[in-house]
Design a protein around this ligand. Structure first.
Ligand code: BMA
Length: 329
């Protein structure tokens, strides 16, 4: 497919060609995981984290868990998107309102550049999970804004540009715990404080692999065919939840309208680091790099709530597959 990614070229995107004979659309980095066990002293996992290009290299916001498993957000830097160094201390979010600043936990950060500012959205503990938002222009000082929604909500993901002049965020209303349900909605805002005009995007269900719940992954990628959204789809087995990675295409100007959603996932937990860890059987996509010159995509995903892994695909092939193999065909 002659697809165009709307966005800058990224010639230094981490990349490996698809191994010959591999029948899949998405293939794993052969030196996975990129972030292994004990990445910092007394840290038991860095996973479900976001990476963006920065000053010729890469930077990101990372979910970091110590021995007590309470998640915090740390900044990490990388020259090549493969080797990372992490700030040992969590991000010190600045906020004038102590009620908003109050910390319970912070996890699954997404980082979205809009008009030269980087926005971090994450699952923020405030009497239950909701969506925290912070802005930064240098990854040193972070200003925390109001929580976007009432609890309970997870997987808050901003679109990387305003749509009809408004910020637009995907999210998944949930419950207080490991939610056994969940659909994806959009909400819009003129100022990142007041959110409304909520629209249902897509529900769970259909094929077994996403029968329990679904949630947005990295910020949607703008293409000539609409927004390409990677997401996690969850099924319930006799041993608990299993998280796979799927993809869908959303309308460019009305992104709550689904053009097509692939009927099969692109990646299911199979590798040892996806099956062995704190929560076995989890592939959770959160960060994404794309090169508009070649259509290459590098997708970072949390593996087994313990590791960060990387996989690759070609935007044109993935969008073609979504179009050719839609749900409810
Ligand atoms: C979800 C979140 C994710 C986690 C997943 C699998 O509800 O907590 O951060 O990766 O469960 O445990």
């Amino acid at each position: 497919m002659n697809l165009k990614i709307v966005g800058p070229a990224l010639p230094n995107i981490p990349w490996q060609p698809k191994p010959s004979g591999n029948p899949d659309l998405v293939w794993r980095y052969d030196a996975n995981p990129v972030i292994g066990r004990r990445p910092l002293p007394r840290v038991t996992g860095i996973y479900n984290s976001a990476v963006v290009p920065w000053e010729g290299g890469f930077i990101g916001v990372f979910r970091t868990e110590g021995m007590n498993r309470i998640p915090h957000l740390h900044v990490g830097r990388s020259p090549d998107g493969l080797r990372f160094a992490f700030d040992p201390k969590p991000i010190d979010l600045k906020c004038d309102d102590p009620e908003v600043r109050r910390f319970e936990y912070a996890y699954d950060p997404r980082v979205t550049p809009i008009d030269g500012v980087h926005y971090v959205t994450w699952c923020n503990g405030y009497h239950g999970p909701t969506i925290g938002i912070a802005t930064t222009t240098d990854f040193i000082r972070f200003e925390q804004l109001e929580n976007a929604f009432l609890p309970y909500n997870r997987n808050g993901v901003l679109f990387p540009r305003r749509i009809s002049g408004k910020f637009l965020m995907l999210s998944r209303p949930s419950d207080t715990g490991h939610t056994p349900f969940g659909d994806i909605f959009t909400s819009e805002s003129p100022d990142l404080v007041h959110w409304g005009r909520h629209r249902h995007v897509i529900g769970r269900g259909g094929p077994w692999w996403q029968g329990t719940k679904i949630g947005a992954g990295p910020s949607p990628i703008e293409t000539s065919e609409g927004w390409l959204l990677f997401y996690h789809g969850v099924t319930t087995t006799c041993n608990g939840y299993v998280y796979s990675i799927g993809g869908m295409l959303l309308d460019a100007e009305r992104p709550w309208e689904v053009i097509a959603c692939a009927s099969e996932p692109f990646l299911v937990p199979e590798a040892p680091y996806e099956l062995t860890g704190f929560v076995p059987g989890v592939c959770f996509p959160v960060g994404c790099l794309c090169d508009s010159a070649t259509g290459r995509i590098a997708l970072y995903y949390g593996a087994a709530d313990t590791f960060t892994a990387l996989c690759f695909c070609n935007a044109g092939d993935v969008v073609q597959f979504i179009r050719d193999n839609p749900l409810n065909k």
